[in-house]
Ligand binder design. Structure first.
Ligand code: MG
Length: 330
């Protein structure tokens, strides 16, 4: 049986996380007591989401701790973005094989920089000894009745995605094929340091009829919107926003899965009434973030992806259940 963490190890871990993130007036009591006391402003509802990242299942065990600190928070913030929520607080549960000061410092730094950029306060946590695993719970705020949800897409609504698709999946594919050294920094950044689309989520309140963040790939995640909304859709493959590296890879391989089912994009997919089209174009320019119209909601159930020649793309792969790495047993 492994040794539990000692009191001095707890203190050491506490040092790296204490006062690392923004202080907020709505934190009545933060780290250091049995629990935190948080004040939800009148007229707002609490939006809560949790995610666990496990070494060898969700990330390579040799990923930089700074990137890991960033990503463990980013994937959660992406869920808040999809709800149109403003980040407020987070808790962090860390399971560590060993207490290594340099690792902790880098991890806490990656976490704290992203937290600070979104005004988020770390209000509590827990640490255990064991195989490396990170659980982050985020709490956001949204005015009553204004949260974006998966249900709400209507027949005739246009379907949009922010940013570009497939870079993280392509980076992962190349790493798994042993081509990690040849990865461009931009591609690796998309895999290791996704940027949650918080500002876009906030701006889409009252504009989007439904929204989701792209964690499992466009087909799977748009599928969740369609199922929740009781509708179907048609998307045009040639309208998908692709970075040059992804477009080149698809042109060479003829395989669309990195863009359609790769996962880890952490962009937003949303629907909006067709008469909001100009407003969304304007928003996209204002935010300097692409919001590409990729298709339209239809009454017929199911998701139809149409190729440039007008023929349906044969969707034999419908999603991506994160990734399994050799020897991970996952
Ligand atoms: Mg999500």
């Amino acid at each position: 049986m492994k040794q539990p963490l000692s009191l001095s190890e707890f203190d050491l871990i506490g040092q790296y996380f204490a006062n690392l993130t923004t202080s907020r007036e709505d934190v009545l009591l933060g780290i250091g007591d049995d629990a935190a006391l948080l004040e939800v402003p009148p007229g707002q509802v609490l939006v809560v989401s949790v995610d666990t990242l496990v070494a060898g299942v969700h990330f390579f065990a040799d990923v930089s701790p700074e990137s890991l600190g960033h990503k463990s928070l980013a994937v959660n913030l992406s869920d808040l973005a999809a709800m149109g929520a403003e980040p407020a607080w987070a808790t962090l549960a860390l399971t560590l094989p060993a207490v290594t000061p340099s690792w902790l410092e880098a991890f806490a730094g990656g976490f704290a920089r992203l937290a600070a950029s979104h005004g988020l306060a770390l209000v509590g946590g827990d640490t255990t000894r064991g195989p490396l695993s990170i659980t982050v719970q985020v709490h956001g705020l949204v005015p009553v009745g204004q949260a974006l949800q998966r249900r709400g897409a209507r027949v005739g609504d246009l379907i949009y995605v922010t940013g570009s698709l497939g870079e993280a999946a392509l980076a992962l594919k190349k790493r798994l094929a042993g081509l990690g050294d040849a990865l461009s920094p931009a591609l690796l950044q998309r895999l290791e340091k996704p940027q949650p689309r918080i500002e876009a989520g906030l701006a889409l309140r009252g504009l989007a009829s439904s929204a989701i963040d792209l964690s499992d790939g466009l087909l799977a995640d748009l599928g969740h919107i369609l199922t929740a909304s009781g509708v179907g859709a048609r998307i045009a493959l040639q309208q998908l926003p692709l970075a040059p590296a992804v477009a080149d890879w698809i042109a060479e391989s003829g395989e669309w899965t990195v863009a359609l089912a790769g996962g880890d994009d952490y962009e937003l997919c949303f629907t909006a009434a067709a008469d909001h089209r100009e407003e969304i174009q304007h928003l996209s320019q204002q935010m300097n973030l692409a919001m590409s119209c990729i298709g339209q909601v239809e009454a017929m159930p199911g998701l139809r992806a149409i190729k440039a020649d007008g023929q349906p793309w044969d969707a034999t792969i419908t999603g991506f259940d994160h990734f399994s790495m050799p020897g991970s047993g996952a």
